[in-house]
Design a protein around this ligand. Structure first.
Ligand code: CP
Length: 294
């Protein structure tokens, strides 16, 4: 594996290897083979979980970790992206972990580069967030041996969600039954996976094995968003979850907007605890990804 750009480009065997390695790192039975390498964290868009867990993952592997700050870098003096990356490679960076608002940022960058670098997509625009899908899958596998035949329902702003896209891509490879609940304005225009869409929250989550909520991404919306009507129809609380999906695990990639897609009482309840387990698992999955890149 040279880069991790999109789940669609991973073979099932590579995903299984990442999951297995993450399990070993979680158990503490695996040693790093990348301690001499240097990772550069390049976050052009805000992040808490992904940035901190990649940083910690790299440190746990014994890697050198460099933080690239776009605003104080020579990009702000007009240096091109190509020259920036070629200079980072020349200085000694092995892996660039990049979060950006630009769709396909890594593919666009790779076309230009003269020197070698490995890239990890830490979330690009509305396109892909592969390590989130991998850590979500890792977390699901702690609840079930396999997702084959399991009903996974993702609720919310599917159209702007790179998390939903990457999860659908991964889960479809492993035979999950994919459902989504979204108002028309949050349904994607194009859909590459066999996802069954519902307008009704109760109908969509009924007998689900996994219910995954998404934040409404106001920063990516073009028109006005009516929070009141969204909350009325799509907000999940304990009563609805217990009634329609009593056995489901409840997931959320974060950040959570308390009181919008989920009530505080559900988030803080026993059923909400797995959301922090997702964040914790992110460290081990990201260690596995960095180890695989070598
Ligand atoms: N899930 C996720 O990507 O969270 P951050 O934006 O905080 O990294």
């Amino acid at each position: 594996m040279k880069h991790l750009i999109d789940i669609n480009r991973l073979e099932k065997a590579e995903i299984e290897k990442i999951i297995s390695l993450a399990g070993e790192f979680k158990l503490g039975t695996r040693k790093s083979s990348v301690a001499e390498k240097t990772a550069c964290l390049m976050f052009f868009e805000n992040s808490t979980r992904t940035k901190i867990s990649f940083d910690l993952a790299a440190q746990k592997l014994g890697m050198n970790v460099i933080h690239f700050d776009g605003a104080t870098s020579s990009l702000s003096k007009g240096e091109s992206r190509k020259d920036t990356f070629d200079n980072l490679s020349a200085i000694g960076i092995d892996t660039v972990i990049v979060r950006t608002t630009e769709d396909r940022f890594i593919d666009n960058s790779l076309k230009e580069l003269a020197l070698p670098l490995s890239f990890v997509n830490a979330g690009d625009g509305v396109t892909a967030h592969p390590t989130q899908a991998l850590l979500d899958y890792f977390t699901m596998l702690h609840a079930f041996d396999s997702v084959a035949g399991k009903k996974v329902c993702i609720v919310g702003d599917i159209a702007h969600s790179r998390v939903a896209k990457s999860n659908f891509a991964l889960l479809s490879k492993f035979g999950a039954r994919l459902h989504a609940v979204a108002p028309g304005y949050f349904k994607p225009k194009e859909e590459n996976f066999r996802v069954i869409y519902h307008d009704s929250l109760a109908e969509g989550i009924k007998n689900a094995d996994v219910v995954m909520l998404l934040r409404v991404q106001k920063e990516r919306l073009e028109g006005e968003f009516n929070a009141e009507s969204y909350i009325e129809k799509y907000q999940l609380n304990s009563e609805i979850l217990d009634k329609y999906a009593p056995n489901a695990i409840l997931m959320h990639p974060g950040p959570v907007n308390r009181g919008v897609e989920i009530t505080s009482e559900l988030l803080d309840s026993e059923r909400g605890k797995i959301i922090l387990e997702q964040a914790k698992n992110g460290v081990f999955v990201r260690m596995a990804v960095l180890e695989m890149l070598g």
